[in-house]
Ligand binder design. Structure first.
Ligand code: 6PG
Length: 266
């Protein structure tokens, strides 16, 4: 992989090489992320008349969601033509501070006054997570107009990255990683809210555009393992298994998160 000096934002756009964008600071990171969302959603709307988009959970995306809600971006993205899904959800009620839906509600949905019928949350509050996973699978199919066994393709999936290499709620060495007959499955986390709902790898890998949203020095080591793998274990990390069948992956990093990437002069 050729990684140019992070002194300036750079893009690698070689086939089968992950595209990496390093923003100079968090402000630029949010701007770059907002532009990626605008471009991907506009492309889908112009092609299909609407966009099927999945939001990432965790705390990192809040910086992007808040930027998308600013006047600079709020009218640019055609939210009324976007069906908003979630990549994963903790099994807690929707008003719980740990809920990914709650985070999106506070930082994006309410500020932009998005239509409730465009927001499709996972029902983390249901007592049986498997039932909740099946219900969400039905919801995705119903909105996408795609009945089994066809698998609907999302136009844009935003993903976060845990420092153990998990993404969405696909954690290392868990059964969810191989549950690819489904669109949605039950994930098991080692920390925090243990039981979670998550899109499967197969569902994620059918997306047209996948953007990993990663910031902070705490992610530098796992970014190095993922983007410059040295071992078989590196190559088997859950986030390393995100390899879209026909889509495109972009890694949007800030400089601290990119710090472990060895640069080669060009
Ligand atoms: C979740 C996420 C998870 C998250 C990573 C990174 O529900 O927690 O979907 O995959 O993106 O754990 O989380 P931070 O952005 O908070 O570091």
């Amino acid at each position: 992989m050729t990684v140019r000096s992070p002194r300036r934002p750079f893009i690698t756009t070689m086939p089968d090489i992950p595209e990496i964008r390093v923003a100079a600071d968090s402000r630029q990171w949010a701007q770059d992320g907002a532009r990626l969302v605008l471009e991907a959603t506009t492309r889908a709307i112009e092609t299909n008349g609407r966009c099927l988009m999945a939001l990432s959970g965790g705390s990192t995306p809040k910086t992007l969601y808040e930027r998308l809600a600013t006047p600079e971006w709020s009218d640019a993205v055609r939210w009324s033509q976007i069906e908003l899904f979630f990549g994963d959800e903790r099994c807690v009620p929707p008003d719980h501070p740990d809920s990914n839906y709650h985070t999106a509600l506070i930082t994006l949905v309410r500020p932009l006054r998005l239509r409730a019928d465009r927001i499709h949350r996972m029902e983390g509050e249901l007592p049986d997570a498997t039932v909740a996973a099946r219900r969400y699978e039905d919801r995705i199919r119903s909105v996408a107009g795609s009945s089994a066994p066809a698998v609907p393709c999302l136009d844009l999936v935003l993903l976060g990255l845990g420092d153990d290499g998990h993404t969405a709620s696909l954690f290392p060495d868990t059964p969810a990683l191989s549950d690819n007959d489904r669109l949605v499955t039950v994930g098991q986390a080692a920390q925090g809210v243990r039981t979670r709902l998550t899109l499967t790898l197969d569902m994620i890998n059918r997306a047209s555009m996948i953007v990993f949203l990663v910031m902070g020095a705490g992610k530098a080591q796992i970014i190095g393992r993922l983007l410059q793998p040295k071992t078989e274990a590196d190559r088997k990390l859950p986030a390393a298994l995100v390899r879209p069948h026909q889509g495109h992956v972009i890694w949007l990093l800030d400089r601290p998160a990119a710090a472990a990437l060895t640069t080669m002069s060009n």
